[in-house]
Design a protein around this ligand. Structure first.
Ligand SMILES: Nc1ncnc2c1ncn2[C@@H]1O[C@H](COP(=O)(O)OP(=O)(O)OP(=O)(O)O)[C@@H](O)[C@H]1O
Ligand SMILES: [Mg+2]
Length: 1047
C-alpha cells in the first residue's frame, strides 16, 4: 500500500525482490588448519564468552523534560476542555484511573517523565511519517483540535465535512463520543483487546448508530483511515494527559489487531503496528526509513501466514529491525509472549535496555533471562504480554519450564539471532534442543531465525520447517583487500587466485620501524585514525596488547591532542573501576586513542572501552575475534592482523564476521577490510576466498552428556516423549535427524538413541526397559528424582552423580561458619580443567583458614600435607584427586572475591588475569543458580534452598549489598552502580523516577542516551515487580471454583 511503500528507501543495487532459491547442501566444512607453532604469540584466543554487547549507535531524542510551561499549557487546555464539554466523562476517566489500580498510577507517573515532543519542521519531511508538514509556529490555543489525540483528528475532520449541514456542534459531539469511548477503555484495559467488539466503536459497522461516518466503508478502509490518521497527525504536539495518550495507543493496537486478524496484506502504515512504534524507532534508534529488503521481508506472504522463517543477510544488513517489528506485532497485535534468544549475556543486557523504552511506551514487559536472572516458569501475566530476552541456556530452561507447566502455547514466537550458533559446539546443541522442543510441542509458535553466515540453509529449513529469505544488501559497501608484503590486492573470488592487484602501500619506514612493524600496521592504521575508527583483529589476547603498544610507540605526539580531555576522563573512569588501579598497558595506550579489547578485561572495563569507542574518544581497538560476535562496534577500516584465530586458520564465517564490522551505516560511504597475509599462507587464503561458508551441523553428538543424552533425559522428564518409539519420532525432528546422512556408518541413528537411553538408565536417571524388539518400544520410560533434578538444574550429566554425592556428604556436616563450604559446592566443575594452582599461593591461603574452614578442606578431600608438599616441590605419595584440589583452589578465589568484592586485588593475589577471575565469578553465579534448581527437585536437599538463594545473589552481584538493587537494572555494572549510589540514587525507584538531565549532570561519563536507557530499564523492572505482586494478590484473592458444598 502507498503508505508503506513510501516508508521504504529504494535502492537500485539491492532490488532483488525474489526469494533466493534453496542453497544446496554444501560439502562439509574445511578442516581447520593449524597455525605453525613458531608463529604462536601467547596463549590461543579464548572461546567467545560473555564479553559482547550491542550498542545502539544512534543519538538522543528530544523530550518535554525541562519544558514545564508547555506541559502546563497543554494540561490547562485539556483540563478546561474536559470540564467545559464533558464533566461526566472526565469524572469517568478519574474513576477509571482509580479502578485500574496501582499499576495505572505507576504508568501515569512514568508517563509524566516520559512524554515526548515530536519535532515538527524537521521530522515532517521524513518518509516514515508520510505526513503533511505541520506548522511549527502554530499557536497551541489556535484550535482546540490541537489537544485532541492525534488518531481522532482525521475522524473529526471527516465528521466535520460530512455533517456540515447540521453544524451545531459536530466536533464537540464527536469528542463526547470519543472521550466516552476512551473512558470505557481506561476503565477496563482488557476491553481494548478481548471484548472490544462489544463496544460502541466506529469499526462496529452493524451496531454503531452514533458514528455513521464509516458505515459505508469496509473494515479495511476504516483500518487504513484510523491508522493513516495517526500517521498524518503525528507532527502535532502530543497531549500530556496520560489517559488520552493511552487510549489512543490502545485504539491503534485494537485496529492493528483487527488488521492482522483480517489476514490482509494491506496492514496499515507501519506493518500493522501503531504509528507510535514508527515514532519510537525514529526517536530511539534514529531510523527514518526502512531499507527496501526490510520492507520486502516484512511483507513476505509466509510471514503473514505465520510460517517459520530464516533470513540471511550480510553483517550490518539491518536484520535486527525486522525481527523487532515482527516481535512487536506478536506482542501488541496477537497478544502473545515472545522469546528472543541472543548469544551472550552482555548482548541480552543491552537488548533489555534497548527495548525497555518500547515496553514502557507500548505496554509490554521486557524480562531478562541471563546469567542467574530469570524466573522458571515465568510469572503468568494477566494483562501485559512479555518479551523474554534470553541467552541460549536460559532460553532453553525457560522453554522447559513452559512445557512442564503446559504453557508453551502462550509463546507466540521465538526469535533466534545469530542462528549459525546452532553449529557452535555444546551451546549449539542446547539451541538445537530448544528449537526442536518448541517445534514438537507447540505447532503454533512461530520460529524466526536470522544470521549473516549460513551455508546449508536447506538443512536448517528442513529442521525448522521454515521459509527462507535472503538478500545481499549492505547499507555500506564493503571493499575487501589482502595485503602481502607491500602490495594491496582486491579480494575477487572470480579470479583464479582469489585476489587481484590493486595498489602498492604508500609508506616511508625507517629501518628501525621496519623491524618493529614488518607488517606495516602503522601505515595501515594511520591512513584512517584519528579521524575515522579502525579495528585490528589479532589472533591472541597477548597479541592485541602487543600490537596496540607497538602502534602507540611510533605514533606522532599529535595523536595525543585529539580528544585529550575525554581520554583522560576515560583513564580516570577505568581507575575508579579498578579501585585505584588501571592496567598499565591501557594507561599507556589510551592517550593515543587506542585500547585493547578481549576477554581479559572485566565487564566494567569492557563496557567503558566500548562506550568510549562508540563515542569516538577511542579510534583504534586491537581486539580478538570475540568482538566480531554480534556486537555493533563498526569501524571505517578493519584490519585482520593474521589469518588465524588462536592457532587455527581463519574460518570463512569468522572472516565474514570480522570484516563485516567495516563500514558504519549512515556515517561511512564505504568500509574497508584488509587481511594481512604472509607469503607462505597465500595458498590458504586463496582457499578461504573460494570456499563457501562453513556448514551449520548438529552438535548433539559432539559432547554426549551435554547433547543427545541430556536431550533424551529431558524428553522423558517433560513427558514430551516417554516411549522408545516416541523418542525416536522426536529425534527425527531434530537437526541431527535431518542430517542423519552425516553420521558415521558404524552406528545407525536409532542405535545411537537406544544407547543413549540405556546409558541414562544405567546412570540411574531414567527407569524403564529398552530392548531390540519392536514390541518393547512402546513400554513407558520414567524419570528418577535425580534425573529430574539434573535436567531442571541444567546440570551436565557428566557431573550429576558426583554433585549428588557431594551435596549428600554436605548434609552430614556442612560447615556454615563461613560460606567456604557452600562456595566449594557452587564452584563450576568445568572450570577446574582451566586452572593450574600456584602452590605457594595455595599454601598461603590454606594457612589463613580458621579451624572450621580447614575442616571444609578435610571434608572435601584436600589434605594440607598435599598442598605443603606441592608448594615445596616434594614428591607426592598420597592418592589425591587433583580435580578436587584444583576446584578448591578456585573456591579460594571465589571466597576472597566475596570478601573483598574487588576483582583487581583478587586477581593480583592469585596471580590470575582479571578477565579469568571475572569469568569464574560469572560462571559460579550461573552454576549456583543451576544448583539451586537441582536442589529444589530433591526433597532431601531442602536445606540448601535458602542457603543457595542467598549465595547465588552474592555471586551474581559480588558487590557491597547496598549496590544490589541498582545492579538489578540490566547492564548497570558495579562501577556505574557505585557512581549512582554515591550520587544519592539508592533504590530502583530512585532510578525509575530520575530525571535524565539531572542524571547526566550528576554522573560522570554518562551520556544522555545511556541515562535514558538506565531510566527505562529501571522503570521496566519496577513495573515488572509491581505487576508480579499484583498478580500474586489476585491469585490469593481468587475465589476457588471448587469450594465444598457450593455445587
Ligand atoms: N532502515 C535503517 N535505517 C538506518 N539504519 C538502520 C536501518 N536498519 C538498521 N539500521 C542500523 O544498522 C546497524 C546494523 O544493523 P543490525 O545490527 O540490525 O545489523 P545485522 O544485520 O544484525 O548485522 P550483524 O549480522 O552484524 O548482527 C544498526 O546500527 C541499526 O540501527
Ligand atoms: Mg545482528
Amino acid at each position: 500500500m502507498a503508505e508503506t511503500k513510501l516508508a521504504v528507501r529504494r535502492k537500485s543495487r539491492s532490488s532483488k525482490r525474489s526469494r533466493a532459491p534453496l542453497q544446496p547442501v554444501a560439502a562439509s566444512s574445511p578442516v581447520a588448519r593449524k597455525r605453525p607453532s613458531s608463529e604462536g604469540e601467547g596463549p590461543p584466543a579464548e572461546a567467545p564468552c560473555n564479553n559482547d554487547s550491542e550498542e545502539d549507535m544512534f543519538g538522543d531524542y528530544d523530550s518535554f523534560y525541562g519544558n514545564d510551561s508547555l506541559i502546563a499549557q497543554v494540561a490547562d487546555i485539556e483540563h478546561k476542555y474536559l470540564q467545559d464539554k464533558n464533566v461526566k466523562t472526565a469524572g469517568e476517566i478519574v474513576l477509571g484511573n482509580l479502578q485500574s489500580g496501582v499499576h495505572q498510577k505507576e504508568q501515569d507517573n512514568f508517563s509524566a517523565s516520559n512524554v515526548v515532543v515530536l519535532k515538527s519542521d524537521k521530522e515532517s519531511t521524513c518518509q516514515m511519517c508520510d505526513s503533511d508538514p505541520a506548522d511549527g509556529n502554530q499557536e497551541l490555543m489556535e484550535s482546540t483540535l490541537d489537544d485532541l489525540p492525534s488518531s481522532q483528528l482525521l475522524c473529526f475532520e471527516k465528521m466535520d465535512e460530512l455533517s456540515s449541514a447540521s453544524r451545531t456542534s459536530p466536533i464537540s459531539k464527536g469528542r463526547d463520543e470519543c472521550v466516552n469511548s476512551f473512558s470505557d477503555k481506561i476503565r477496563d484495559p482488557l476491553s481494548f483487546y478481548a471484548g472490544a467488539e462489544h463496544r460502541n466503536r466506529t469499526t462496529d459497522t452493524s451496531s454503531d448508530s452514533k458514528c455513521v461516518l464509516f458505515k459505508s466503508e469496509s473494515l479495511k478502509d476504516h483500518l487504513k483511515n484510523a491508522m493513516t490518521g495517526n500517521a498524518r497527525a503525528q507532527t502535532l504536539q502530543v497531549s500530556k494527559t496520560k489517559q488520552l495518550k493511552e487510549a489512543v495507543l490502545s485504539e491503534e493496537i485494537f485496529v492493528a489487531r483487527k488488521a492482522i486478524e483480517s489476514s490482509s496484506l494491506d496492514i496499515g502504515p507501519f506493518y500493522g503496528l501503531p504509528s507510535k512504534v514508527k515514532d519510537l524507532f525514529r526517536q530511539l534508534r534514529g531510523i527514518e526509513t526502512l531499507y527496501e529488503w526490510q520492507h520486502d521481508c516484512l511483507m513476505l506472504e509466509s510471514l503473514q501466514q505465520r510460517k517459520n522463517l530464516i533470513y540471511s543477510l550480510p553483517t550490518s544488513g539491518g536484520k535486527t529491525l525486522v525481527a523487532e517489528i515482527i516481535i512487536l506485532q506478536e506482542l501488541l497485535c496477537r497478544q502473545k509472549d515472545v522469546l528472543m534468544i541472543l548469544p551472550y549475556v552482555a548482548i541480552v543486557q543491552e537488548k533489555v535496555r534497548g527495548l525497555s523504552s518500547f515496553g514502557i511506551e507500548l505496554g509490554f514487559l521486557v524480562e531478562e533471562y541471563a546469567g542467574s536472572k530469570g524466573r522458571f516458569p515465568p510469572i503468568k501475566r494477566r494483562v501485559k504480554k512479555s518479551l523474554y530476552i534470553a541467552t541460549i541456556e536460559k532460553g532453553h530452561a525457560l522453554v522447559n519450564s513452559l512445557i512442564e507447566t503446559e504453557r508453551i502455547c502462550d509463546l507466540g514466537m521465538v526469535v533466534v539471532d545469530e542462528l549459525h550458533m546452532l553449529g557452535a559446539g555444546s551451546r549449539g546443541a542446547v539451541l538445537e534442543i530448544t528449537l526442536a522442543k518448541i517445534l514438537y510441542t507447540s505447532k503454533k509458535t512461530q520460529i524466526i531465525g536470522m544470521s549473516a553466515t549460513l551455508n546449508n540453509v536447506g538443512d536448517l529449513q528442513k529442521f525448522l520447517q521454515a521459509e527462507y529469505y535472503t538478500n545481499n544488501f549492505r547499507p555500506v559497501e564493503l571493499k575487501e583487500y589482502i595485503k602481502i608484503r607491500d602490495t594491496i590486492y582486491t579480494v575477487d573470488s572470480k579470479t583464479q587466485n582469489g585476489f587481484a592487484f590493486s595498489h602498492l602501500l604508500n609508506f616511508k619506514y625507517s629501518s628501525n620501524l621496519e623491524k618493529a612493524d614488518p607488517d606495516h600496521i602503522i601505515a595501515l592504521v594511520t591512513e584512517v585514525i584519528p579521524k575515522y575508527s579502525c579495528l585490528i583483529f589479532c589472533p591472541t589476547k597477548k597479541n592485541c596488547e602487543n600490537v596496540a603498544s607497538m602502534v602507540c610507540k611510533y605514533l606522532k605526539k599529535e595523536f595525543r591532542a585529539h580528544k585529550e580531555k575525554e581520554k583522560q576522563d576515560l583513564i580516570k573512569n577505568l581507575k575508579s573501576i579498578g579501585n585505584g588501579t588501571v592496567c598499565p598497558v591501557l594507561k599507556q595506550i589510551i592517550p593515543f586513542g587506542i585500547a585493547y579489547h578481549h576477554s581479559g578485561l572485566t565487564n566494567d572495563e569492557r563496557k567503558a572501552i566500548e562506550e568510549a569507542y562508540s563515542a569516538g574518544v577511542l579510534c583504534l581497538l586491537a581486539c580478538t575475534a570475540t568482538l566480531a560476535a554480534g556486537v555493533n562496534l563498526p569501524a571505517r577500516r578493519v584490519i585482520l592482523r593474521a589469518p588465524y584465530v588462536g592457532n587455527d586458520f581463519l574460518k570463512k564465517s569468522q572472516y565474514k564476521q570480522m570484516t563485516g564490522r567495516a563500514g558504519r551505516a549512515g556515517i561511512d560511504s564505504a568500509g574497508e577490510s584488509i587481511l594481512i597475509v604472509q607469503e607462505k599462507d597465500k595458498h590458504l587464503v586463496q582457499d578461504l576466498v573460494h570456499s563457501p561458508l562453513e556448514n551449520c551441523n548438529s552438535n548433539l553428538l559432539l559432547e554426549l552428556t551435554k547433547g543427545i543424552q541430556s536431550l533424551l533425559l529431558s524428553l522423558v522428564g517433560l513427558k514430551i516423549a516417554v516411549t522408545h518409539e516416541e523418542v525416536d519420532n522426536f529425534m527425527c525432528c531434530t537437526l541431527l535427524g535431518v542430517q542423519q546422512q552425516l553420521l558415521s556408518k558404524e552406528k545407525s541413528f536409532s542405535e545411537i538413541i537406544k544407547d543413549g537411553l540405556e546409558n541414562l538408565i544405567e546412570k540411574g536417571l531414567l527407569k524403564g526397559r529398552i530392548s531390540e524388539k519392536d514390541h518393547n518400544s512402546k513400554s513407558t520410560l520414567t524419570i528418577t528424582p535425580l534425573g529430574k533434578a539434573t535436567y531442571k538444574g541444567s546440570i551436565d550429566l557428566a557431573y550429576c552423580n558426583i554433585l549428588y554425592r557431594e551435596l549428600k556428604k554436605g548434609l552430614e556436616g556442612l560447615v556454615l561458619e563461613s560460606s567456604l563450604h557452600l562456595l566449594y559446592l557452587s564452584t563450576p566443575y568445568d572450570m577446574t580443567s582451566t586452572c593450574s594452582p600456584d602452590w605457594m599461593i595455595y599454601l598461603k591461603q590454606f594457612n589463613q583458614l580458621s579451624a572450621a574452614e580447614q575442616k571444609v578442606a578435610d571434608i572435601v578431600g584436600v589434605p594440607e600435607s598435599f598442598i605443603t608438599k606441592m608448594a615445596s616441590g616434594q614428591t607426592i605419595r598420597k592418592n589425591v584427586d587433583h580435580t578436587v584440589v584444583n576446584r578448591f583452589y578456585l573456591t579460594f578465589v571465589l571466597y576472597t572475591l566475596l570478601k573483598e568484592t574487588n576483582i583487581w586485588s583478587v586477581s593480583e593475589k592469585f596471580n590470575l588475569s582479571r578477565g579469568y577471575v571475572q569469568n569464574l565469578l560469572n560462571s559460579a553465579a550461573s552454576f549456583a543458580s543451576c544448583l539451586l534448581h537441582f536442589c529444589e527437585e530433591l526433597e532431601e536437599f531442602w536445606v540448601y534452598k535458602a542457603l543457595l538463594t542467598e549465595l547465588t545473589k552474592q555471586l551474581t552481584y559480588c558487590v557491597k549489598t547496598e549496590l544490589i538493587p541498582l545492579m538489578e537494572v540490566a547492564g548497570v555494572l558495579e562501577a556505574r552502580a557505585k557512581q549512582l549510589y554515591n550520587a544519592g540514587y539508592k533504590t530502583l525507584a530512585h532510578l525509575a523516577y530520575a530525571n535524565p538531565e539531572t542524571l547526566v549532570r550528576m554522573i560522570e561519563h554518562l551520556s544522555r542516551r545511556q541515562a535514558k536507557q538506565i531510566i527505562s530499564s529501571a522503570k521496566m523492572l519496577l513495573s515488572e515487580k509491581a505487576e508480579a505482586l499484583q498478580e500474586e494478590v489476585e491469585e490469593l484473592l481468587k475465589v476457588p471454583t471448587d469450594i465444598p458444598g457450593t455445587h
